[in-house]
Design a protein around this ligand. Sequence first.
Ligand SMILES: C[S@@+](CC[C@H](N)C(=O)[O-])C[C@H]1O[C@@H](n2cnc3c(N)ncnc32)[C@H](O)[C@@H]1O
Length: 292
Amino acid sequence: MDVLHNVDCLAALKKLPSNSVHLILSDIPYGIGVDDWDVLHSNTNSAYLGNSPAQEKAGAIFKKRGKPINGWSDADRAIPREYYEWCSSWAGEWLRVLKPGGAAIVFAGRRLMHRGIAALEDAGFNYRDMLAWVRDRAPHRAQRLSIVFERRGDVQSAALWDGWRVGNLRPSFEPIIWCFKPYRITIADNVLEHGVGAYNEEAFVRHFERPDNIIRSGFAPGEGGLHPTQKPLQLMSALIELTTQPGQIVLDPFAGSGTTLLAAKQLDRRFVGFEIDPRYARIANDRLQTLL
Ligand SMILES: C[S@@+](CC[C@H](N)C(=O)[O-])C[C@H]1O[C@@H](n2cnc3c(N)ncnc32)[C@H](O)[C@@H]1O
Protein backbone atom coordinates (compact mmCIF):
# COMPACT_ATOMS: atom_id res chain seq x y z
CA MET A 1 0.00 0.00 0.00
CA ASP A 2 1.06 3.63 -0.64
CA VAL A 3 3.26 2.61 -3.56
CA LEU A 4 3.55 3.07 -7.29
CA HIS A 5 4.54 -0.20 -8.99
CA ASN A 6 6.33 -0.14 -12.34
CA VAL A 7 4.23 -2.95 -13.82
CA ASP A 8 1.56 -3.81 -16.37
CA CYS A 9 -1.74 -3.21 -14.57
CA LEU A 10 -3.46 -6.03 -16.46
CA ALA A 11 -1.44 -8.54 -14.43
CA ALA A 12 -1.06 -6.47 -11.25
CA LEU A 13 -4.80 -5.88 -10.79
CA LYS A 14 -5.33 -9.63 -10.41
CA LYS A 15 -3.24 -9.59 -7.23
CA LEU A 16 -5.39 -6.99 -5.43
CA PRO A 17 -8.00 -8.33 -3.00
CA SER A 18 -11.68 -8.17 -3.93
CA ASN A 19 -13.81 -5.33 -2.46
CA SER A 20 -10.71 -3.58 -1.11
CA VAL A 21 -10.58 -0.23 -2.96
CA HIS A 22 -12.78 2.80 -2.19
CA LEU A 23 -12.12 4.77 -5.41
CA ILE A 24 -10.56 4.09 -8.80
CA LEU A 25 -9.49 7.42 -10.30
CA SER A 26 -7.67 7.00 -13.58
CA ASP A 27 -6.74 8.83 -16.74
CA ILE A 28 -6.74 5.87 -19.10
CA PRO A 29 -5.06 5.82 -22.54
CA TYR A 30 -7.54 7.50 -24.93
CA GLY A 31 -6.55 5.31 -27.90
CA ILE A 32 -6.15 8.29 -30.24
CA GLY A 33 -2.50 9.30 -29.87
CA VAL A 34 0.83 8.35 -31.39
CA ASP A 35 2.66 7.29 -28.22
CA ASP A 36 3.21 3.52 -28.07
CA TRP A 37 1.07 3.19 -24.92
CA ASP A 38 -1.86 4.91 -26.62
CA VAL A 39 -1.94 2.85 -29.84
CA LEU A 40 -4.54 0.24 -28.88
CA HIS A 41 -5.52 -0.91 -32.36
CA SER A 42 -3.91 -2.90 -35.13
CA ASN A 43 -4.78 -0.47 -37.94
CA THR A 44 -1.67 -0.09 -40.09
CA ASN A 45 -3.55 2.09 -42.61
CA SER A 46 -3.56 5.03 -40.25
CA ALA A 47 -0.55 7.27 -39.89
CA TYR A 48 -0.28 6.23 -36.26
CA LEU A 49 1.35 3.01 -37.36
CA GLY A 50 1.32 3.89 -41.02
CA ASN A 51 3.22 2.37 -43.87
CA SER A 52 1.30 3.44 -47.00
CA PRO A 53 3.53 4.78 -49.84
CA ALA A 54 2.28 8.34 -49.21
CA GLN A 55 3.05 8.05 -45.50
CA GLU A 56 6.51 6.60 -46.15
CA LYS A 57 7.28 9.47 -48.53
CA ALA A 58 6.04 12.19 -46.21
CA GLY A 59 7.91 10.61 -43.28
CA ALA A 60 7.98 12.21 -39.88
CA ILE A 61 5.74 15.18 -40.68
CA PHE A 62 2.87 13.03 -41.88
CA LYS A 63 3.30 10.66 -38.98
CA LYS A 64 3.25 13.50 -36.48
CA ARG A 65 0.15 15.11 -37.95
CA GLY A 66 -1.69 11.83 -38.40
CA LYS A 67 -3.73 10.65 -41.35
CA PRO A 68 -7.40 11.60 -41.04
CA ILE A 69 -9.30 8.35 -40.55
CA ASN A 70 -11.88 8.36 -43.33
CA GLY A 71 -13.87 5.44 -41.93
CA TRP A 72 -13.98 3.62 -45.24
CA SER A 73 -11.73 0.65 -44.58
CA ASP A 74 -12.53 -2.27 -42.28
CA ALA A 75 -9.38 -1.43 -40.34
CA ASP A 76 -10.61 2.13 -39.65
CA ARG A 77 -13.98 0.83 -38.49
CA ALA A 78 -12.30 -1.73 -36.22
CA ILE A 79 -10.53 0.93 -34.11
CA PRO A 80 -13.51 1.61 -31.77
CA ARG A 81 -14.19 -2.12 -31.39
CA GLU A 82 -10.55 -2.78 -30.54
CA TYR A 83 -10.70 -0.01 -27.95
CA TYR A 84 -13.79 -1.66 -26.42
CA GLU A 85 -11.93 -4.98 -26.25
CA TRP A 86 -8.94 -3.33 -24.62
CA CYS A 87 -11.17 -1.64 -21.97
CA SER A 88 -12.93 -4.97 -21.40
CA SER A 89 -9.55 -6.58 -20.61
CA TRP A 90 -9.37 -4.65 -17.30
CA ALA A 91 -12.95 -3.49 -16.53
CA GLY A 92 -13.93 -6.77 -14.81
CA GLU A 93 -10.92 -6.55 -12.47
CA TRP A 94 -11.81 -2.94 -11.63
CA LEU A 95 -15.29 -4.10 -10.63
CA ARG A 96 -13.91 -6.93 -8.51
CA VAL A 97 -11.44 -4.84 -6.51
CA LEU A 98 -13.84 -1.93 -5.79
CA LYS A 99 -16.05 -1.90 -2.73
CA PRO A 100 -19.82 -1.96 -3.42
CA GLY A 101 -20.96 1.62 -4.08
CA GLY A 102 -17.36 2.67 -4.82
CA ALA A 103 -16.78 5.03 -7.74
CA ALA A 104 -14.69 4.55 -10.86
CA ILE A 105 -13.91 8.02 -12.18
CA VAL A 106 -12.27 7.79 -15.58
CA PHE A 107 -10.78 10.37 -17.93
CA ALA A 108 -11.43 9.25 -21.48
CA GLY A 109 -11.18 10.79 -24.93
CA ARG A 110 -14.25 12.25 -26.62
CA ARG A 111 -13.84 10.06 -29.69
CA LEU A 112 -13.77 6.59 -28.10
CA MET A 113 -15.15 7.08 -24.58
CA HIS A 114 -18.54 5.59 -25.52
CA ARG A 115 -16.76 2.26 -26.04
CA GLY A 116 -15.11 2.64 -22.63
CA ILE A 117 -18.49 3.30 -21.01
CA ALA A 118 -19.98 0.25 -22.77
CA ALA A 119 -17.08 -1.93 -21.60
CA LEU A 120 -17.52 -0.73 -18.00
CA GLU A 121 -21.29 -1.31 -18.18
CA ASP A 122 -20.84 -4.76 -19.71
CA ALA A 123 -18.42 -5.62 -16.89
CA GLY A 124 -21.18 -4.79 -14.36
CA PHE A 125 -20.65 -1.10 -13.52
CA ASN A 126 -23.49 1.38 -13.31
CA TYR A 127 -22.86 4.55 -15.36
CA ARG A 128 -23.81 7.54 -13.19
CA ASP A 129 -22.81 10.74 -14.99
CA MET A 130 -20.37 12.49 -17.24
CA LEU A 131 -18.43 15.50 -16.00
CA ALA A 132 -16.67 17.96 -18.29
CA TRP A 133 -13.17 19.13 -17.48
CA VAL A 134 -12.62 22.49 -19.17
CA ARG A 135 -8.92 23.03 -19.82
CA ASP A 136 -7.31 26.43 -19.53
CA ARG A 137 -5.45 25.88 -22.83
CA ALA A 138 -6.30 23.68 -25.82
CA PRO A 139 -4.33 23.81 -29.10
CA HIS A 140 -6.53 23.99 -32.21
CA ARG A 141 -5.07 21.84 -34.99
CA ALA A 142 -7.82 21.79 -37.65
CA GLN A 143 -6.16 22.36 -41.02
CA ARG A 144 -7.23 25.27 -43.27
CA LEU A 145 -8.71 23.87 -46.48
CA SER A 146 -7.62 26.88 -48.56
CA ILE A 147 -3.97 26.15 -47.66
CA VAL A 148 -4.27 22.58 -48.96
CA PHE A 149 -5.53 23.93 -52.30
CA GLU A 150 -2.87 26.66 -52.39
CA ARG A 151 -0.15 24.01 -52.01
CA ARG A 152 -1.65 22.22 -55.00
CA GLY A 153 -1.60 25.45 -57.01
CA ASP A 154 -5.41 25.43 -57.21
CA VAL A 155 -6.02 29.16 -56.62
CA GLN A 156 -9.68 29.02 -57.59
CA SER A 157 -10.61 26.33 -55.04
CA ALA A 158 -8.47 28.05 -52.40
CA ALA A 159 -10.58 31.22 -52.80
CA LEU A 160 -13.86 29.29 -52.86
CA TRP A 161 -13.07 27.41 -49.63
CA ASP A 162 -11.43 30.27 -47.76
CA GLY A 163 -12.47 30.19 -44.06
CA TRP A 164 -13.16 26.43 -44.05
CA ARG A 165 -11.20 23.87 -42.05
CA VAL A 166 -11.00 20.07 -41.90
CA GLY A 167 -11.14 18.40 -38.50
CA ASN A 168 -12.66 19.46 -35.20
CA LEU A 169 -13.54 22.60 -33.28
CA ARG A 170 -11.11 23.56 -30.50
CA PRO A 171 -11.00 20.64 -27.99
CA SER A 172 -11.69 22.74 -24.89
CA PHE A 173 -13.21 20.03 -22.70
CA GLU A 174 -12.44 16.44 -21.83
CA PRO A 175 -15.10 14.06 -20.54
CA ILE A 176 -14.81 12.40 -17.16
CA ILE A 177 -16.90 9.24 -16.78
CA TRP A 178 -18.38 8.56 -13.34
CA CYS A 179 -19.45 4.95 -12.72
CA PHE A 180 -20.09 3.00 -9.55
CA LYS A 181 -20.10 -0.61 -8.47
CA PRO A 182 -23.65 -1.82 -7.75
CA TYR A 183 -24.66 -2.40 -4.14
CA ARG A 184 -27.46 -4.59 -2.75
CA ILE A 185 -28.69 -2.50 0.19
CA THR A 186 -29.90 1.10 0.52
CA ILE A 187 -27.31 3.75 -0.24
CA ALA A 188 -27.39 4.99 3.37
CA ASP A 189 -26.74 1.45 4.67
CA ASN A 190 -24.02 1.01 2.05
CA VAL A 191 -22.29 4.19 3.24
CA LEU A 192 -22.36 2.78 6.78
CA GLU A 193 -21.10 -0.66 5.74
CA HIS A 194 -18.51 0.22 3.06
CA GLY A 195 -17.84 3.94 3.61
CA VAL A 196 -18.65 4.90 -0.01
CA GLY A 197 -21.60 5.77 -2.25
CA ALA A 198 -22.36 9.41 -1.38
CA TYR A 199 -20.44 12.52 -2.45
CA ASN A 200 -18.93 15.32 -0.39
CA GLU A 201 -20.36 18.54 -1.81
CA GLU A 202 -18.81 20.67 0.91
CA ALA A 203 -15.28 19.52 0.03
CA PHE A 204 -15.89 19.92 -3.71
CA VAL A 205 -17.06 23.53 -3.50
CA ARG A 206 -13.92 24.43 -1.56
CA HIS A 207 -12.14 23.79 -4.90
CA PHE A 208 -14.66 25.03 -7.46
CA GLU A 209 -17.21 27.21 -5.64
CA ARG A 210 -20.27 25.51 -7.22
CA PRO A 211 -21.27 21.82 -7.25
CA ASP A 212 -21.47 21.80 -11.08
CA ASN A 213 -20.55 18.99 -13.45
CA ILE A 214 -18.55 21.41 -15.60
CA ILE A 215 -15.17 21.83 -13.93
CA ARG A 216 -12.58 24.45 -14.87
CA SER A 217 -9.10 23.55 -13.67
CA GLY A 218 -5.55 24.31 -14.78
CA PHE A 219 -1.97 23.78 -13.71
CA ALA A 220 -0.29 25.71 -10.93
CA PRO A 221 2.91 27.51 -12.02
CA GLY A 222 5.72 24.95 -12.55
CA GLU A 223 3.40 21.96 -12.20
CA GLY A 224 3.08 20.76 -15.81
CA GLY A 225 5.52 19.23 -18.30
CA LEU A 226 6.03 15.83 -16.61
CA HIS A 227 3.82 13.73 -18.89
CA PRO A 228 2.22 14.41 -22.31
CA THR A 229 -1.27 13.92 -20.82
CA GLN A 230 -0.63 15.13 -17.27
CA LYS A 231 -3.72 16.24 -15.33
CA PRO A 232 -3.84 19.12 -12.82
CA LEU A 233 -3.28 18.18 -9.19
CA GLN A 234 -6.20 20.38 -8.10
CA LEU A 235 -8.58 18.47 -10.38
CA MET A 236 -7.53 15.06 -9.02
CA SER A 237 -7.64 16.38 -5.44
CA ALA A 238 -11.22 17.62 -5.89
CA LEU A 239 -12.37 14.27 -7.34
CA ILE A 240 -10.72 12.35 -4.49
CA GLU A 241 -12.32 14.59 -1.87
CA LEU A 242 -15.66 14.32 -3.69
CA THR A 243 -15.86 10.56 -3.20
CA THR A 244 -13.58 9.43 -0.35
CA GLN A 245 -12.64 10.12 3.27
CA PRO A 246 -9.14 10.30 4.78
CA GLY A 247 -7.67 6.81 5.30
CA GLN A 248 -9.62 5.26 2.41
CA ILE A 249 -7.86 3.60 -0.54
CA VAL A 250 -7.47 5.19 -4.00
CA LEU A 251 -6.27 3.13 -6.99
CA ASP A 252 -4.86 4.46 -10.27
CA PRO A 253 -3.98 1.58 -12.65
CA PHE A 254 -2.66 3.98 -15.39
CA ALA A 255 -0.75 6.36 -13.16
CA GLY A 256 1.53 8.21 -15.62
CA SER A 257 3.48 10.82 -13.66
CA GLY A 258 1.50 9.93 -10.53
CA THR A 259 -0.83 12.91 -10.22
CA THR A 260 -3.70 10.87 -8.72
CA LEU A 261 -1.38 9.24 -6.18
CA LEU A 262 0.24 12.52 -5.19
CA ALA A 263 -3.19 14.07 -4.60
CA ALA A 264 -4.23 11.02 -2.56
CA LYS A 265 -1.10 11.24 -0.45
CA GLN A 266 -1.52 14.98 0.17
CA LEU A 267 -5.09 14.32 1.30
CA ASP A 268 -4.13 11.51 3.71
CA ARG A 269 -5.70 8.75 1.62
CA ARG A 270 -4.01 5.38 1.17
CA PHE A 271 -3.07 4.67 -2.46
CA VAL A 272 -1.80 2.11 -4.92
CA GLY A 273 -0.74 2.83 -8.50
CA PHE A 274 0.53 0.98 -11.57
CA GLU A 275 2.54 2.44 -14.45
CA ILE A 276 4.06 0.35 -17.21
CA ASP A 277 6.62 2.86 -18.52
CA PRO A 278 9.75 3.04 -16.33
CA ARG A 279 10.37 6.72 -17.25
CA TYR A 280 6.98 7.82 -15.90
CA ALA A 281 7.13 5.42 -12.95
CA ARG A 282 10.40 7.10 -11.92
CA ILE A 283 8.87 10.57 -12.25
CA ALA A 284 5.84 9.47 -10.21
CA ASN A 285 8.03 8.00 -7.47
CA ASP A 286 10.17 11.15 -7.37
CA ARG A 287 7.03 13.26 -6.94
CA LEU A 288 5.78 10.99 -4.15
CA GLN A 289 9.17 11.06 -2.40
CA THR A 290 9.20 14.85 -2.22
CA LEU A 291 6.14 14.61 0.02
CA LEU A 292 7.79 12.37 2.61
C1 LIG B 1 -3.14 9.05 -19.90
S1 LIG B 1 -1.64 8.59 -19.16
C2 LIG B 1 -1.83 9.10 -17.45
C3 LIG B 1 -1.25 10.47 -17.15
C4 LIG B 1 -1.48 10.91 -15.71
N1 LIG B 1 -2.87 11.28 -15.51
C5 LIG B 1 -0.60 12.06 -15.27
O1 LIG B 1 -1.12 13.06 -14.72
O2 LIG B 1 0.61 11.99 -15.47
C6 LIG B 1 -1.80 6.88 -19.14
C7 LIG B 1 -0.58 6.10 -18.67
O3 LIG B 1 -0.92 4.72 -18.66
C8 LIG B 1 0.27 3.97 -18.89
N2 LIG B 1 -0.12 2.63 -19.30
C9 LIG B 1 -0.58 2.21 -20.51
N3 LIG B 1 -0.85 0.90 -20.50
C10 LIG B 1 -0.58 0.46 -19.24
C11 LIG B 1 -0.68 -0.81 -18.58
N4 LIG B 1 -1.12 -1.89 -19.25
N5 LIG B 1 -0.33 -0.90 -17.28
C12 LIG B 1 0.11 0.20 -16.60
N6 LIG B 1 0.23 1.43 -17.17
C13 LIG B 1 -0.11 1.56 -18.47
C14 LIG B 1 1.00 4.78 -19.94
O4 LIG B 1 2.39 4.49 -19.94
C15 LIG B 1 0.66 6.23 -19.52
O5 LIG B 1 1.72 6.80 -18.77
